[in-house]
Every structure is written in structure tokens, then in C-alpha cells.
Ligand binder design. Structure first.
Ligand SMILES: Nc1ncnc2c1ncn2[C@@H]1O[C@H](COP(=O)(O)OP(=O)(O)O)[C@@H](O)[C@H]1O
Ligand SMILES: [Mg+2]
Length: 259
């Protein structure tokens, strides 16, 4: 007789993947709720570990606010953010600062390196701030992957824009963060150098299974990612998988046209 499911066998569990970062009904007001519109309005989304997500939308649509709330740089007015399973609202300021230093990496448009430190010192700064010893093998691996091995003793002023941004990517990777967040990381670079940085971010996802969330205006930049989230007036209004620059351009012009 064919064996049927016995009563004490658990029903097939729903497939749940833990998100690298998950926002649930996140609303953010700057100032008081009565005084204006929400920069983020009931945003719910989970980012799958080991994927490359771009966040796009017209100027003022809430992209930077999304990134800051997701990374624990800013607290939502309501709703919850889980990073690597940790509810950020449960952390006091000290532990939130610690989380920002060790569990998220940040890359900014303007590189934000410390001018008086060498490339090597900039890269290992997050480890020193966190009071942890550098794992020399990992630091060598990161500097090799970012193509910086011969440039480690230089100060930022002695590096090109693309090289400085590679230092910033290495610094963001050095703590093995849950998520690497980037806000317009190619905004200050010429097109060829921008492609180099996008290829580097792509490699960290493909080779290191790093999770990357990047804000960008550039449809070509978004093409390097796996997914795109489109924001408009603080809400996620579209998702796109395996984006092409042409599809992204089309959706963006629609969002601008109706806002
Ligand atoms: N610190 C702030 N104080 C007040 N309003 C802000 C602040 N930061 C952003 N905003 C407002 O929130 C909205 C979303 O801003 P932002 O997240 O920077 O958008 P984006 O990055 O898409 O251009 C905008 O209306 C902006 O003016
Ligand atoms: Mg912005």
C-alpha cells in the first residue's frame, strides 16, 4: 500500500529565505508627520543574500532615505528593519554604532576617505575602530581583488578617482559585512572608470557572495545588478529582475512623467 503522509509528519514548510536586510512597513518622516509628506511610506521589501540590487527613482523619491534606514544610519518613524535577522529598533545607540562599523559597509559618491591615511590604513580603519585585529590573509585577499596591491602606501591625493573608489570598496568589504550599501558610487567617475567600479561590485557578489544594495540614477549601472527597486514618492512602485538598461530607461521615464 502506498504510504500516505502520516499525521505526525510535518506539512511541507513554506520556503523561507532569511533576508540579508528586510524592511517591514517602514515609514520615515523628517520633522513631524503633520508637517509634510513621508520620505518613505510603508515600504516592505526583503533583500536576498548574495544578490545585487539597485534602487532607482526620481530625485527626492526616497532612495537615500531607504539606504540610510536599511543600513541603520537613520531610524524609521515606524516599521521595522532587520539586518541579518537583527531587529535594529532593539539596539541602543552604542550597539547600533557597533553594527554600522562591523555589519554594514558603505561606499559613497565622494569616496569619503581620510586624506591623512594611506590606502592600507583607510582600508583597515573599520577594523581598528571596532577594536578587532586585522586578518592579514583576508586584507591581502581584499586588496588583491580590488587591484590595490601596488598602491597601499599612497594617500588619497596620490590616487585617481577610480583608485580612491576601489579603496572605499575594499574598506567596505574588510569587515565582511552583511550588506554593502552604495549611494551613487559611480556618480563622480568618468564612464570607463564607472564601469570598472560596477564590475568590481559585481565580482564581490559573484565571487564572494556579498550582498550589495546600490542607489543609482544610471540605467547602465543598474544593468550590472540582479534586481531593481523603483521608488516614487517614498513607495516601491516597481520591481525588475535581470534588468536591461533599455527596460530601466523606459520605466524611469514613465515614473518621471507621472510624478
Ligand atoms: N534631513 C532631511 N530633512 C528633511 N527632509 C529631508 C531630509 N532628507 C531628505 N528629505 C526629504 O525626503 C525626501 C526624500 O529624500 P531622499 O531620500 O534624499 O531622496 P533621493 O535620494 O531619492 O533624492 C525628499 O522630499 C527630501 O527633500
Ligand atoms: Mg539621494
Amino acid at each position: 500500500m502506498a504510504r500516505l503522509h502520516s499525521r505526525d509528519e510535518p506539512a511541507a514548510a513554506p520556503v523561507t529565505t532569511t533576508s540579508a536586510v528586510r524592511l517591514t512597513k517602514v515609514t520615515k518622516y523628517y520633522g513631524s508627520a503633520a508637517s509634510g509628506v513621508a520620505a518613505l511610506d510603508q515600504v516592505s521589501v526583503g533583500i536576498t543574500p548574495g544578490t545585487f540590487t539597485s534602487v532607482m527613482g526620481p530625485s527626492g523619491s526616497g532612495k537615500s532615505t531607504f539606504l540610510h534606514c536599511a543600513a541603520g544610519l537613520d531610524r524609521p518613524t515606524s516599521g521595522t528593519v532587520h539586518l541579518g535577522g537583527q531587529d535594529l529598533a532593539r539596539l541602543d545607540e552604542t550597539r547600533l554604532t557597533e553594527l554600522r562599523r562591523t555589519r554594514v559597509g558603505f561606499v559613497f559618491q565622494a569616496f569619503n576617505l581620510l586624506p591623512s591615511l594611506t590606502a592600507a590604513e583607510n582600508i583597515t580603519l573599520p577594523l581598528r575602530l571596532a577594536g578587532t585585529r586585522a586578518d592579514d590573509g583576508w586584507v591581502r585577499d581584499v586588496t588583491g581583488r580590488t587591484g590595490l596591491s601596488g598602491l597601499l602606501e599612497r594617500r588619497p591625493a596620490e590616487l585617481s578617482g577610480g583608485q580612491q573608489q576601489r579603496v572605499a570598496v575594499a574598506r567596505a568589504l574588510v569587515t565582511r559585512p552583511e550588506v554593502l550599501f552604495a549611494d551613487e558610487p559611480t556618480g563622480a567617475l568618468d564612464p570607463d572608470t564607472a564601469l570598472e567600479i560596477l564590475a568590481l561590485l559585481r565580482q564581490t557578489v559573484t565571487d564572494l557572495h556579498q550582498t550589495v544594495v546600490m542607489v543609482t540614477h544610471d540605467p547602465v549601472a543598474a544593468e550590472h545588478g540582479d534586481h531593481v527597486l523603483f521608488l516614487r514618492e517614498g513607495r516601491i512602485v516597481r520591481h525588475l529582475d535581470r534588468p536591461t538598461a533599455e527596460q530601466v530607461r523606459h520605466i524611469m521615464s514613465g515614473l518621471r512623467g507621472t510624478s
